[in-house]
Design a protein. Sequence first.
Length: 266
Amino acid sequence: MRKFETEQQAVGVIVIIHGALEHHGRYGWLIEMWRAHGFHVITGDLPGQGLTTRAHRGHIDSFDQYVNETLDWVQTAKAYSLPVFVLGHSMGGLTAIRLLQTREIEVDGVILSSPCLGLAEYPPIPLNAITIGLNWIAPEWKVNPGLDVEFTTRDEDTKERTLNDSLTITKVSIRWYRELLKAMKRAFMQLSNFPDIPLLVLQGGDDKIVDKLEVAKWFNQVKSSEKIYKEWVGCYHEIFNEPEKEQIFMYTKNFVDMRLRFLEGR
């Protein structure tokens, strides 16, 4: 876990949960944008990713490992006694959903960036069936997920940095894949467990990784009295790495600012 504190008078804390196959270091620009606007940032690398471990890179025994890790981040954020907002990207968005569905923790708002609630492409049915058996007999067996960096963003500099990033994971275990599928399924099954808190969902309109129809389906069914769905036309999966990222950040900050004004007025 890492703390990035603002040098200004802090008005809130942002907990950033990164996506699959990556690490918190890829969020340097976003972290600095929040700090520049008076927010502390709490983040880190999820189990099996980034610098957390070398022996089990790309592997988890249970999706709860992500949930428990990020619960610690949120609790650390709450120690500042400031409004806390959770921002999860892709699998990090799914982790945020599962955290709030399964743990009793209060936050002041949630931002989901292209949350992983369904994949744009799944393995062929026969191959998917094989993973069910391998999940029991060889759960740590690793495969290439086939994630092409060209599908993640339109920004050429970001793609080049990703290709040269030694911390980017290139293989995931069978267990990791099955746990991801299970978590996505449970995010829908336990919709009623999602708390009534302000929710902002930001979705790339031309997302080639996550199925945006599943994202919209989940959003439409969740019972939140204050929720916003914003689709960014033409954007790929990593919206905070797209050429429009500054506009997207300001839209996100406006959501947070509105919540802060409400809290101040209570």
